[in-house]
Design a protein around this ligand. Structure first.
Ligand SMILES: [Ca+2]
Ligand SMILES: [Ca+2]
Length: 251
């Protein structure tokens, strides 16, 4: 197991999977398609570059927009983001965003009908320079639910631990590829929409774990209950965020 973890840590130096924009996507008719909850990666290659993306919303009241730039240096990079309704061209969101490398920006955008929307990324204009850093864009509707198979793969948390998810007709198997000397833990349970509830089946003590998928690339982990082998409460309280994981390898 130690060998596997070291192998994973060596192989997976790029911690995010993404769709990538296809230039030229500078107009509505050449927009790249966004998939709900999936990360789209792009960059503004020059001052005249505009990136169009389209998202088809159905039965949705709001969209969560997450905009990040994992390699941004400092705080100088700014992008102008628009969300525009395709049917009548109405702008429903417009803001200049400046995420830092470690802090993507999240916005919730209310929408009032099922429709096609354009998400447009362009230089900020004025005296602000055009950033050429890679940006990551994710649109997640409020009725988002990962499809079966969409969360399969290897994930990495914000403390550099790895997790393996397998989902099928028997439920969801979640394996913690822990580097601790006592071996690995496994949980088994099921997922309904964006929430999985899992029981500890291999490992010390007892625990019920909740995974909340905020996209097909990110989930948050919390205990519902947890007791050590000695019957004491675990260090982390129920409901407290344990870690956030990002998918690093899809099955
Ligand atoms: Ca571009
Ligand atoms: Ca473009």
């Amino acid at each position: 197991m130690k060998t596997l973890v070291i192998l994973l840590a060596t192989l997976l130096s790029v911690p995010v999977l993404a769709d990538v924009e296809t230039e030229t996507n500078n107009t509505e008719s050449t927009a790249d398609t966004l998939t709900a909850g999936e990360l789209m990666s792009g960059n503004l290659s020059r001052d005249e570059d505009i990136d169009y993306f389209e998202f088809l919303a159905s039965g949705v009241d709001s969209l969560e927009l997450v905009f990040g730039s994992p390699n941004a240096m400092g705080t100088e990079s700014r992008w102008l983001i628009f969300v525009q309704r395709a049917t009548d061209g109405i702008l429903i969101y417009q803001e200049v965003l400046g995420p830092t490398a470690d802090l993507p920006i999240t916005r919730n955008i209310d929408i009032d009908n099922s429709s096609l929307y354009w998400v447009i990324v362009r230089p900020p204009g004025g005296s602000l320079a055009t950033p050429t850093d890679v940006y990551n864009l994710t649109i997640t509707p409020d009725n988002f639910s990962p499809t079966l198979g969409a969360i399969e793969g290897v994930w990495q948390d914000n403390f550099d631990s790895f997790y393996s998810i397998h989902e099928g007709s028997q439920g969801l198997l979640y394996i913690e590829l822990s580097t601790n000397p006592f071996g690995w833990n496994a949980y088994l349970g099921s997922r309904i929409e964006d929430r999985a509830v899992l029981d500890l089946v291999v490992g010390p003590g007892t625990a019920e774990l909740e995974l909340t998928f905020t996209s097909t690339e990110i989930y948050e982990a919390r205990y519902i209950t947890c007791q050590t082998e000695e019957g004491d409460a675990c260090a982390a309280a129920p409901g407290e965020l344990l870690y956030t994981s990002t998918k690093v390898f899809a099955d």
